[in-house]
Design a protein around this ligand. Structure first.
Ligand code: ADP
Ligand code: ZN
Length: 528
């Protein structure tokens, strides 16, 4: 009988890492790179990207150089490898001269299997010259989407990495990312100059994550209810947009018996490191964070990721929610989303820095995110389609829209009422009115501000009494999401768009989602 010969890769997997078998495409990726080929790897968070370069680095002669933007994690990664007996080191700006000299000496003596490098170091001639004097087995470019200007995480230092292929034509390169729109994928391949690379695209489905997006009313309370009812004592991450709301939410949760700590760039490094390491080592801690938290953090039992503010893009949402459930056990991606989110993000884009092209890209990112929030179809299907993958035809059965299909209704007349009111208010020279005033007018409320501007004299005054305030806000939110209306200026004034005319002229219908009914006993009923 023929003896089964273990490949070097499989032997390394067993002996060094102690795992029984490769997962998914790991084996074909590793074989391809070990044989000297270039690879572009798109694999979701938790898919097992690290082994795809660590094993080639061990199997091929020389040192594997790993380019990573996650400076704060390099020490941890190196420690973890050393604990397995791998000769690992790193070079970044946190080291002093002597520490760097030691690593350089090890590299030149051929005593390193793996060397982690920050991308900004590779812009330096000194670094490139140092690497030229060493034997390199493979270049791994981690978080490769950072090279994509179209993406949400662009880092200029990554652009310099195209030099690697020119200077080391014989050293295989492997670029890895968990972000995988077609546009980003193309940019990675192009900007890293890897035309001959083989592409490995894993499925981006995370079947154990349940996706849910609820209308925002009293977000802190809604979050607390969600945590108490479904994730009592579980570890999780809550994302907020601003440092201030991070602090407030962490305080609120702590005051209500949930162990929670804040994490954002305004905290000093020591506090941040302490909160991060508590999250990694303790059971059931909740971290309330800005997006600064989580990249590269490998904690398998994160049971939920909650968003209290709308992420700027589907890619961001997918990456952040992807930090839940790496262990494959049931987990929840929960988000509260409301009209104010849309207004705020549209304003941010308009008043933000960047040229016109940047604004257009940001707006396109936001539109895709809004489409995900407002869809009446399967959320998972929408996510997978965004990443160019084919979802199951029947719906996933594990997202809110599959579990409780939302009702839709013909919102054409309601949309016309909103738009007509906006048209009438436009005639008030110099005055700016946001959603609140529009809704008050539609509902026929004689508020001080309505009286002050004679808005009770308008023909549209009181024409919207068939819907509640919450429902009108839902209509405005969905019109904003569909770009049938827009916001302008710092006060969030509502204005018409190019497409508004087709609604006012009855040339198109406006299907809308019904605002879901709240279960009894939950927070106030009027979404903000
Ligand atoms: P990614 O970088 O894609 O997010 P990691 O490389 O951090 O994922 O791997 C995620 C987790 O899965 C890690 O805890 C890792 O040790 C584990 N893992 C990866 N490959 C295997 C395998 N073949 N068998 C068992 N566990 C694995
Ligand atoms: Zn679904």
């Amino acid at each position: 009988m023929a003896e089964v010969v273990e490949s070097d890769a499989l032997r390394t997997l067993h002996r060094v890492f102690g795992y029984d078998a490769f997962r998914g495409e790991q084996e074909s990726i590793i074989e391809h790179v070990v044989a000297g080929g270039d690879a572009v790897v798109l694999m979701p968070t938790g898919g097992g990207k690290s082994l795809c370069y660590q094993i080639p680095a061990l199997v091929r002669p020389g040192t594997g150089v790993v380019v990573s933007p996650l400076i704060a994690l390099m020490q941890d990664q190196v420690d973890a490898l050393r604990a397995l007996g791998v000769r690992a080191g790193f070079m970044n700006s946190t080291q002093d001269f002597d520490e760097r000299r030691v690593v350089e000496a090890e590299l030149l003596a051929g005593e390193l299997d793996v060397l982690y490098l920050a991308p900004e170091r590779l812009r330096l001639d000194t670094t490139l010259n140092l690497l030229s004097r060493a034997k390199i087995s493979v270049f791994a470019i981690d978080e490769a989407h950072c090279v994509a200007q179209w993406g949400h995480d662009f880092r200029p230092d990554y652009l310099a990495l195209s030099v690697l292929g020119e200077r080391w034509p014989d050293v295989p390169r492997i670029a890895l990312t968990a972000t995988a729109t077609d546009a980003t994928h193309r940019e990675i391949t192009q900007r890293l100059a890897m035309p001959d690379a083989k592409h490995f695209v894993a499925s981006f489905d995370r079947p154990n994550i349940q996706y849910r997006i609820v209308p925002k009313s009293d977000p802190k309370k809604q979050l607390l209810t969600f945590l108490k009812e479904e994730h009592d004592g579980d570890a999780g991450i809550v994302y907020c947009l601003s440092r201030k709301s991070v602090e407030q939410v962490a305080d609120f949760l702590s005051a209500h018996g949930v162990e929670a700590v804040p994490y954002h760039a305004g905290l000093d490094g020591g506090t941040r490191a302490r909160h991060q390491s508590r999250f990694l080592r303790e059971d059931g801690l909740v971290v309330v964070a800005t997006i600064a938290f989580g990249m590269g953090i490998d904690k398998p039992d994160v049971r939920f990721v909650a968003h209290l503010d709308l992420p700027k893009s589907v890619e961001g949402y997918y990456q952040e929610t992807g930090r839940a459930g790496r262990d494959g056990l049931p987990s929840t991606a929960w988000m509260a989303y409301g009209l104010q989110d849309v207004v705020q993000q549209r304003k941010l884009i308009q008043s933000g820095e960047g040229d016109e092209a940047f604004r257009r890209r940001s707006a396109a990112h936001l539109d895709a995110m809004l489409a995900l929030c407002e869809t009446a179809a399967c959320r998972r299907a929408q996510l997978l389609k965004y990443f160019g993958q084919d979802p199951a035809a029947a719906g996933c059965g594990n997202c809110d829209t599959c579990l409780t299909p939302p009702e839709t209704w013909d919102g054409t007349v309601a949309a016309q009422k909103v738009l007509s009111t906006v048209v009438r208010l436009k005639r008030e020279r110099g005055q700016k009115f946001g959603t609140g005033q529009i809704v008050d007018i539609l509902l026929g409320r004689k508020t001080a501000k309505v009286i002050q501007f004679d808005h009770d004299q308008l023909s549209v005054f009181g024409i919207g009494e068939e819907l509640s305030e919450a429902e009108w806000r839902g209509v405005v939110r969905q019109l904003l999401a569909q770009s049938l209306i827009a916001v302008e200026g710092e006060y969030g004034t509502l204005v018409l768009t190019e497409d508004s005319a087709s609604v006012l002229g009855r040339q198109r219908e406006v299907p809308l989602r019904k605002e879901p009914k709240k279960p009894a006993g939950s927070a106030r009923s009027a979404p903000r």
